[in-house]
Write a protein that binds this ligand. Structure first.
Ligand SMILES: [Zn+2]
Length: 415
């Protein structure tokens, strides 16, 4: 018995310590790395005071920076979260002129941020959306009209689309292709098609988290990480004292800090030539894999960074290795502990208890699988449960041939 405990503990410790070298391997500090930072400012519309545009432009000009501005051509008059019919605030000439002037100066890239930025229904799968769920023709009509209005009023070409609430579907992608958009900028967990002609450039962080994201990009593998920080007018305390996280002066200081980072270049969404759909899908896969790890374990998944395709592949392989180590260790530990328990019960001749122990494993496994399928949760909790039960089944049922082997061995010894 003591020997089994020792072997079990040794296997467990070896598997768990295997996690540490894996973590170190994933963290590959890059040399000669250039971090691309994009600032995306959403929501200017006919309701926006011109001063908000000019203050943003001033700060960018002072530090020789640029950003992509998502403009709403026909902002709904009331609450954008309310799907009932509303009147619109079309983009005004003064706002259009302020945006166009900064765009001509190279400070702004103008993107289309929806049509009215009004949700089409409340809480579509827990999320507001202007486009998701609408027919292709309706989406195309809104997108094409919005593009035409912006291009006519600002006198420039608009090829970047930013869906309100970062929410869209496959029909939006098709409509954007038909309307000759070049780039879609939403979040990292949207829909994408590897064969799409669009570029997919997701926002990866907020302005308040930008410094941490740049630090994360430095630690990430690969030579071309991208960090895209999303900001709104309500992020500024002067505009919204309650929701604001920084003042315009602090924003200016952040831009100054960015300008002093030798390994950082700041570009606009439309400048990201290598934001391929394949890259987007590879990064999205990493975010999904992260959910397979138990929350209490540290995992280098680079939430705030859009990794290159090669770097994403490297991290993905490391994650598979990590998953094998974690859940393999759990199966072995559960098997070892349950084997010792079952052998103890069996050795004392508790036949009914032993039958219960043996049957409990398959019952739990079946129940666990049914529960997981019904719940649709294939995340860390489900895997933890199934791996533990599998280990329990293996450990308890291994006692049967082990106990049966005793008379045979004793018989052999006699001859
Ligand atoms: Zn918005």
């Amino acid at each position: 018995m003591t020997r089994h405990i020792r072997v079990g503990v040794l296997v467990g410790v070896l598997c768990l310590t295997g996690y540490s070298p894996w973590m170190t391997r994933v963290r590959a500090e890059g040399f000669d790395k250039e971090i691309t930072v994009v600032l995306r400012y959403d929501d200017p519309s006919g309701k926006t005071p011109v001063e908000e545009i000019t203050r943003l432009a001033e700060a960018l000009r002072r530090h020789e920076m640029c950003c992509t501005v998502g403009v709403i051509p026909f902002a709904c008059a009331g609450d954008s979260h309310d799907p009932k019919e509303q009147s619109f605030h079309p983009l005004t000439e003064p706002i259009a002129e302020a945006l166009a002037e900064s765009a001509r100066e190279g400070l702004f890239e103008i993107g289309l941020h929806g049509y009215s930025h009004q949700t089409n229904s409340r809480h579509t799968e827990g999320w507001f959306s202007e486009f998701k769920g609408l027919a292709y023709e309706e989406q195309l009509e809104k997108i094409a009209e919005g593009k035409n209005v912006l291009e006519r009023m600002l006198g420039l070409s608009v090829t970047t689309f930013i869906p309100p609430w970062n929410s869209y579907d496959a029909n939006t992608v098709r409509a954007l292709e038909a309307a000759e958009f070049r780039c879609l900028s939403a979040n990292p967990i949207g829909t994408a098609d590897a064969a799409s002609s669009l570029l997919f450039a997701p926002a990866t962080t907020s302005l308040g988290q930008l410094k941490d994201a740049v630090k994360e990009a430095r630690e990430a593998p690969g030579s071309a990480p991208v960090v895209m920080a999303l900001l709104h007018n309500y992020d500024f305390r002067e505009v919204d004292a309650a929701r604001g996280t920084m003042t315009y002066e602090q924003f200016s200081q952040t831009l100054q800090w960015l300008s002093r980072q030798n390994d950082v270049k700041v570009v606009r969404v439309g400048d990201l030539a290598d934001a391929t759909p394949r890259r987007y899908l590879d990064n999205r896969r990493l975010l999904r894999m992260r959910k397979l790890f138990p929350r209490f374990l540290p995992v280098e998944s680079y939430w705030s960074v859009h990794l290159s395709e090669e770097a994403a592949l490297h991290v993905r392989r490391s994650m598979w290795l990590g998953l094998a180590v974690i859940y393999g260790a759990e199966v072995l530990l559960a098997a070892g502990v349950s084997f010792i328990l079952a052998q103890f019960v069996s050795a004392r001749g508790y036949r009914w208890a032993m039958k219960g122990i043996l049957l409990l494993g398959p019952v739990l496994l079946l129940g666990g699988l049914v529960w997981t399928c019904q719940d649709g949760d294939f995340g860390a909790k489900a895997i933890l449960a199934v791996a533990g039960i599998l280990g329990y089944c293996g450990g308890t049922w291994a006692v049967v041939p082990y106990r049966l082997g005793f008379p045979l061995r004793r018989g052999l010894k006699r001859h």
